[in-house]
Design a protein around this ligand. Structure first.
Ligand SMILES: [Ca+2]
Length: 501
């Protein structure tokens, strides 16, 4: 009997009984494609406890592999062919998915950029060291805020195992010398310290937004398009002679605002408030440029490279992204804020054409990378919160879940997932209990009818919070208020969500 959580991709599944709120703009074709996805994502059921025969795992390679993490910024869940867009503008990313494993329940640790990146790059819940909120340029510059430099990062672990390490693109984890990538285990940093910038030449950009190479300002070419520039840098790095394995994090800024297409003639019209459709048209051109970059990076990889692809948080409210079947957007604890496109590809180790339907986390990237790098990477006294995904993705763990529990918190808004139940707990709001198997679109609050489950999840959340630093500071009253309003059952539909960044 095949492992139900690790199945070959079946194309053309076409049935849907109901369609979650907020997705009504989709065409029928899109709806059918996403319905297949939604059906797939709902696969694990509460009663599914049957033992399954594991596929025989491939042997782990003896030499540590190159490890490449590709990440988009603020893309929507359904903006890719492999997540259900029937008019895909991402053929190279879709091909990457087809040669690897699509993880249909891939979560990030935060629904906004900076804390999500902290979880990814440290492999630990960022709340353990208090990096709970998003980072604005003013706080980074004037207050010296950022991810605590003393906390261990994945590149530091990999360096201990002999890796060369590089980050290209957006950093967004602090901008003081102590927060600089080069001070945190990264040999080569080419990009920007801030969370976003223009895609074009910016000769007068400040220290956080200017492009730099290991701290030295780069003379930006007149015809700069940032996504293409990052692809150039990645290919140069990948093709350079070296004797060590490489860890490379390509941190694209696209399709985060500002909305800049590769050709300025395709930008949003000036002087008028752009419609969603106008924004979406530009967003698709920005993503197509990312896809061109991925195509070139794929060509430059060494055989047997371990590749991750994911997005850093849910689709944003302002960039024309499409979160498809999920409720909520960037900034929220609904699935649309935290559940992202996620691929793991590893030629020679993971069979192509796989799909994995149990919940995994961006925390697992570091744990999987450390396991792939070998025991020399196991340094420090900060245990990783993720798991090595390999034995799950190759089928050898059968039905076992990589995570029985997953947690989220940003100020007043917390969430916890245990098994297939999710509790959203927000200051001042009634608890929300969701059955993700039967209600992946999160339309029905079962808290009143299942108080025992609420109590169980709340206890788990409290136990996790006791291990974290207490929430300190915040992002201001507007964001706090928005968090409260957006996590109410009566706040329904994309238009309402977009009013609450
Ligand atoms: Ca982001």
């Amino acid at each position: 009997m095949p492992n139900p959580h690790l199945v070959r991709i079946r194309r053309g599944i076409a049935s849907i009984a109901s369609w979650p709120e907020g997705s009504r703009k989709w065409s029928n074709v899109a709806a059918v494609a996403a319905a297949a996805l939604l059906a797939a994502c709902s696969a694990p059921s509460h009663s599914n406890a049957s033992a399954t025969t594991a596929a025989s795992p491939a042997p782990r390679p003896i030499a540590p592999p190159d490890i490449v993490v590709l990440m988009t910024d603020d893309a929507g869940y359904a903006d890719f062919g492999f997540t259900g867009d029937p008019e895909s503008v991402t053929p190279a990313i879709d091909a990457l998915a087809a040669r690897g494993v699509i993880c249909t329940q891939g979560y990030v640790t935060a629904s906004v950029c900076s804390p999500s990146r902290a979880g990814l790059l440290s492999g630990r819940y960022q709340q353990r060291v208090g990096h709970e909120f998003n980072l604005n340029q003013l706080a980074a510059e004037k207050e010296g805020w950022g991810f605590p430099p003393e906390a261990l990062m994945l590149p530091e672990r990999l360096k201990a195992a002999g890796y060369e390490t590089a980050v290209l693109g957006k950093w967004h984890l602090g901008s003081t010398p102590a927060h600089h990538p080069n001070a945190n285990g990264i040999d080569t940093f080419v990009g920007l310290l801030a969370g976003s910038r223009t895609y074009r030449q910016a000769p007068r950009a400040g220290p956080q937004t200017r492009l730099q190479r290991n701290g030295e300002r780069i003379e930006e070419p007149e015809d700069l398009y940032l996504t293409t520039f990052l692809a150039d840098e990645a290919v140069t790095l990948l093709e350079a002679p070296r004797s060590s394995p490489l860890f490379l994090f390509v941190s694209f800024t696209a399709p985060h605002t500002p909305m800049h297409a590769p050709d300025p003639a395709d930008d949003l019209p000036e002087g008028e408030r752009p419609t969603f459709e106008q924004r979406r048209a530009v967003e698709r051109k920005m993503l197509a440029a990312v896809d061109d970059a991925v195509a070139r990076i794929e060509q430059a990889l060494r055989p047997g490279t371990l590749v991750f692809f994911l997005n850093d948080n849910g689709g944003a409210i302002n960039n024309g992204s499409d979160n498809g079947p999920w409720r909520g957007m960037k900034g929220s604890k609904w699935e649309g804020g935290i559940r992202v496109p996620f691929i793991v590809a590893w030629d020679g180790v993971l069979a192509p054409g796989g799909r994995y339907d149990l919940p995994i986390s961006s925390l697992d990237v570091a744990a999987t990378a450390v396991a792939a790098a070998g025991s020399a990477a196991e340094i420090g006294d900060e245990p990783l919160d993720g798991v090595d995904l390999l034995p799950y993705l190759d089928g050898s763990k059968g039905d076992a879940r990589p995570h029985e529990w997953l947690f989220w918190r940003r100020g007043v808004a917390s969430a916890v997932r245990q098994g297939d139940w999710k509790l959203i707990r927000v200051e001042g709001n009634p608890d929300i209990l969701i059955d993700l198997v039967n209600d992946p679109g999160e339309t029905t609050n079962l808290a009143e009818s299942n108080p025992a489950m609420v109590a169980e999840l709340a206890a788990g959340l409290a136990a996790w919070e006791a291990e974290m630093l207490p929430t300190a500071g915040g992002e201001g009253e507007v964001y706090r208020r928005n968090q409260i309003i957006k996590h109410r059952m009566e706040t329904v539909g994309r238009e309402a969500e977009r009013r609450l960044p």
